[in-house]
Design a protein around this ligand. Structure first.
Ligand SMILES: Cc1ncc(COP(=O)(O)O)c(C=O)c1O
Length: 489
């Protein structure tokens, strides 16, 4: 069975400050000591004990006898090959548990070897500047967001969010009866002065206790906070004693400047990456959420949470009444790949290759936008992630026309191109002048960028002209480059 929350070793903590105690910000049901239901049933059995406490099946009944996977092996020499990893039923490898252990019930923290790698990785990448931080496994950031929010917000409470934000978070807040409180965004993400203003003006009976943000390659705007912006946001959170939920699935998709040589310019890991909020967290007020979805594969459903240990203990208890931990098969595959096959160097080479791939896609997409949408959209070239956020310039006739966006989407559909409208990302509800589209340049073939953007341009012109009285029936728009169906999601 995996040990309790992995935390920094006492020797590495010696020079570091203790985290501030934020437990007064927890919802009342999470304050004070809470006993883990799991542990109160299972206890901590010693080897000498004949343990008959749990409803735990015997591994001899598990029908999966061996797990074998062929994985890409990135390496520093730019020529990825393939490697095989094998997880045996009863024998653990040097660093990964046996299949029997992976398939057995575990606690709310995650598989030991999986967490150990991520602990090492977090130390190396973010080096949190306080004592007693740790990591636990999550089933990805969607899972982790809901759990982190539930620590600080009850139904009727409020959570600070970016004015445009991840719809999964908005849905989770809606389901939990938590009110999103919008904070202004600019091309560098959440605006510190506005965060300060909203907090200072807050007069509701229930205080603001936490702020949620996506600091890198923000979804949907693609905005990335500079190091200076991150420091200012952290200072405002300190001033108003807010916990920070740092949802950062695009952190490792930081891209070189647009127009530079993207194949050679991605830089070494992790020194060339922007500092995370966790890396400046002297107070221990950041709950950092990382996910493998965008950097390995989404349906592994695996991620990890980094926070002060006493906060992780609460999240562990929430895990033990919900998911327990991600699938042991997923954790075992990841652990074996990272620990046994790739090692830290291979992992870093993989992340570098990923950044180069996304940089090439971003550059090619933006070039096509420049070529076909000049004057029709406004945008900032994203410095991370997979999204280009465009404000549509319909012209003055359609400026506040509430039908302009629905008509544009309908026209785009007829033309055979789909992008996400701004509305589901809005933390303030729909507004007739919210004329935004989010295009993701991660999935479709690069060769589809041009026809997609030509279709978008034609659709915008059709709506702009029809609003100006120069009507063109969208059904009659000629497709410049007809293409077959393209798989999208
Ligand atoms: C900002 C943000 N948070 C969380 C998620 C969901 O991540 P996961 O697949 O780890 O649940 C996404 C996915 O699109 C996202 O953009």
């Amino acid at each position: 069975m995996a040990p309790n929350v992995l935390s920094t070793s006492p020797s590495s903590d010696l020079q570091l400050p203790m985290p501030k105690d934020l437990s007064s910000l927890f919802v009342p049901s999470m304050q004070g000591p809470i006993k883990s239901a799991f542990k109160s049933v299972m206890g901590n059995p010693t080897l000498a004990m004949i343990n008959m406490a749990g409803g735990v099946p015997h591994p001899d009944t598990f029908p999966i006898l061996r797990l074998q996977a062929t994985v890409r092996t990135p390496n520093v020499s730019e020529s990825p090959g393939e490697g095989t990893l094998v997880i045996e039923k009863a024998t653990s490898s040097q660093s990964t548990e046996s299949l029997d252990e992976l398939l057995q019930y575990g606690d709310g923290c995650g598989v030991d070897s999986y967490c150990r790698f991520l602990h090492k990785h977090t130390q190396r990448t973010h080096n949190p500047p306080y004592a007693g931080w740790g990591v636990i496994a999550s089933c990805g950031n969607t899972d982790a967001i809901g759990k982190a929010v539930s620590l600080f917000c009850r139904p009727g409470d409020a959570l600070l969010v970016e004015r445009w934000t991840f719809p999964g978070t908005l849905s989770s807040l809606r389901a939990a009866g938590v009110q999103p409180v919008p904070v202004a965004l600019d091309s560098e993400g959440m605006v510190p002065d506005d965060l300060d203003r909203v907090c200072a003006a807050w007069s509701s009976e229930t205080p603001l206790r936490a702020v949620y943000m996506v600091p890198t390659g923000q979804n949907p705007t693609g905005a990335t906070m500079s190091a200076v912006r991150r420091k200012s946001i952290y200072a405002v959170a300190q001033k108003h004693n807010l916990a920070i939920i740092e949802d950062d699935p695009y952190y490792f998709l930081q891209l070189p400047q647009y127009g530079s040589d993207s194949s050679t310019d991605v830089g070494e890991q992790p020194e060339s990456l922007l500092p995370s909020l966790l890396s400046m967290d002297t107070d221990g007020r950041v709950i950092r959420l990382d996910s493998f979805s965008k950097i390995l594969a989404p349906n592994l459903r695996c991620g990890w949470i980094t926070a002060p240990r006493y906060i992780l203990n609460k999240l562990q208890i929430i895990n033990e009444t919900t998911t327990l931990q991600p699938s042991g098969v997923s954790q075992g595959l990841i652990s074996s790949m990272l620990n046994d096959t790739w090692g830290m160097d291979g992992w870093n080479a993989h992340l570098r290759q990923l950044r180069a791939t996304y940089a090439r896609r971003r550059d090619q997409f933006v070039q096509m936008v420049e070529r076909h949408l000049s004057g029709l959209v406004e945008y900032t070239v994203p410095a991370a992630g997979m999204f280009l956020w465009m404000k549509i310039r319909f012209g003055s006739a359609a400026h506040a026309d509430p039908t302009a966006m629905p008509r544009l989407l309908e026209t785009m559909k007829k033309c055979g191109v789909m992008m996400a409208p701004g509305m589901p990302f809005s933390s303030t509800g729909p507004s007739p002048s919210d004329h935004y589209l989010r295009a993701a340049f991660a999935l479709v073939d690069v060769g589809m960028f041009e026809p997609a953007l030509i279709r978008l341009a034609q659709s915008i012109v059709a709506i702009r002209d029809s609003s100006a009285g120069d009507s063109q029936d969208p059904a009659k728009i000629q497709l410049v480059s007809p293409v077959g169906p393209v798989k999208s999601r």
